[in-house]
Design a protein around this ligand. Structure first.
Ligand code: PMP
Length: 421
């Protein structure tokens, strides 16, 4: 636990009163970084913040005024626990772009997809249950699974996404150990943190395995529409309506400040999720939902997504060019969409131990250890290219290269003890 937390605990009169579960809450490595990297002189390649400055604020103000004039009283009121039916109907059109056919009854609006994940974890996970996940996997999901005291089993993942053979092996091994596998959690498009996309051929095989083995799939897809060249394969949900729960979000294609996400689930699960949603928050924000609804109805949201694609494509290119120029010997993924590159460091360098050195050189990244629930990930780091300008991305990668090259020289001179493993 970080030092300031320990200090806070020493001062906490209520330490004896907490539930045991409270001890599973800790500052995520990404969150802990925010204070440092918000200094203007630091180039942050750490947090995955969308570039909301690319949104047309004047049009949003117009949407806001129109929404208030037409539906203001409703927007300021409590709503239904399942979400606004008008917005749910519009979400169906969004999901149709990824090959999903759905009905408004099966959709639940949540407070960001993070909240959807939390509701699902609460419904399905008991202490000691197993969640299968990619290697590496989204840090925010790992935090939730940890909080519900589940065990995350990372399954080998390469440039085509999670490996079906490794998935089958993990299932067989865990079942032999009599472990309870509750679901497979996947970010199939432009994964966070890997940037990789699950191939079409593997999608069918993953679905086939999970169907045969009676394992639910949670498909978390906030980045699917942010492709740079061509659309990714259709959603897993389009291949199995009973076996896949789909999570979507407006955070990356519109703005995270609204905190609106959605879940498409088979009917029995959907009913339980609506109850869980009501129990946690009564109703998702009507205000946010209605503003998004107005935006979808009266603004060219598809053109806006196209604008975002252009912004992020240019930044991805800047990051890859800088990697090729300054760190040509390092292996990095080549994302075809989304926000992230996943970099493999030279042997002997520990990404977590190196971070303070990098910050002293005015560049920040997220260490690979944030994306594993099993203590590994030292050999990798995540670069997020969504927020800094292309020039700043290049500057950041150049600074990072200085730090990595210095570490490599130390290791060559003194062995790994000279590095920081
Ligand atoms: N899933 C993934 C893979 C993410 O990257 C994020 C945000 N970083 C989320 C879920 C949560 O998104 P939100 O709650 O803003 O919808």
């Amino acid at each position: 636990m970080p030092q300031e937390n320990n200090q806070a605990n020493n001062l906490d009169r209520w330490l004896d009163s907490y539930a045991d579960r409270a001890s599973t809450l800790s500052v995520s490595e990404v969150r802990a970084l925010f204070a440092v990297v918000s200094r203007p002189e630091v180039v942050s390649l750490a947090g995955g913040m969308p570039f909301v400055s690319a949104l047309p604020k004047d049009l949003l103000t117009k949407s806001f005024n129109e929404m208030m004039a037409k539906r203001g009283d409703l927007a300021l009121q409590y709503g239904g626990g399942q979400g606004d039916v008008v917005l749910r109907d519009q979400i169906r059109d969004l999901m149709a772009l990824e090959g999903i056919s759905s009905s408004v009854e099966d959709l639940i609006v949540t407070t960001g997809s993070q909240h959807g994940l939390d509701l699902l974890a609460g419904l399905f996970l008991d202490q000691g249950d197993v969640v299968l996940a990619e290697a590496p996997s989204y840090v925010g999901a790992l935090g939730i699974f940890h909080h519900y005291e589940a065990h995350v089993e990372h399954v080998f993942t390469d440039d085509d996404g999670i490996s079906p053979e490794a998935l089958q092996e993990s299932i067989d091994r865990l079942r032999e150990q009599k472990r309870k596998i509750k679901f497979l959690y996947l970010v199939p498009n432009f994964g966070n943190p890997s940037g990789v996309t699950l191939s079409a051929e593997r999608r069918s095989r993953v679905i086939e395995i999970c169907r045969r083995e009676h394992i639910l799939v949670i498909e978390d897809n906030p980045y699917g529409l942010l492709y740079f060249d061509q659309k990714p394969p259709n959603a897993l949900r389009s291949m199995d309506e009973d076996g896949v729960i789909y999570l979507g979000s407006f955070s990356k294609i519109f703005a995270p400040g609204f905190r609106v996400g959605y879940v498409l689930a088979p009917p029995a699960i959907r009913d339980k999720m609506v109850l869980a949603n009501e129990s946690a928050i009564l109703s998702p924000s009507m205000f946010s939902q209605m503003l998004i609804s107005e935006y979808l109805a009266n603004c060219d949201w598809e053109a806006q997504i196209e604008t975002f694609r252009g912004v992020y494509r240019e930044r991805r290119d800047a990051a890859l060019e800088a990697m090729a120029e300054y760190l040509p010997n390092l292996k990095t993924t080549r994302p075809a969409g989304g926000f992230y590159l996943w970099v493999t460091l030279p042997e002997g360098i520990d990404s977590k131990a190196m971070l303070p050195l990098a910050v002293s050189e005015l560049v920040a990244y997220t260490p690979g250890t944030a994306f594993f629930g099993n203590g590994t990930g030292q050999a990798n780091l995540r670069i997020s290219f969504s927020y800094p300008t292309p020039d700043n991305i290049k500057l950041g990668v150049r600074r990072l290269a200085n730090v990595i090259n210095r570490q490599t020289e130390l290791i060559e001179t003194f062995g790994t003890k000279g590095g920081n493993r």
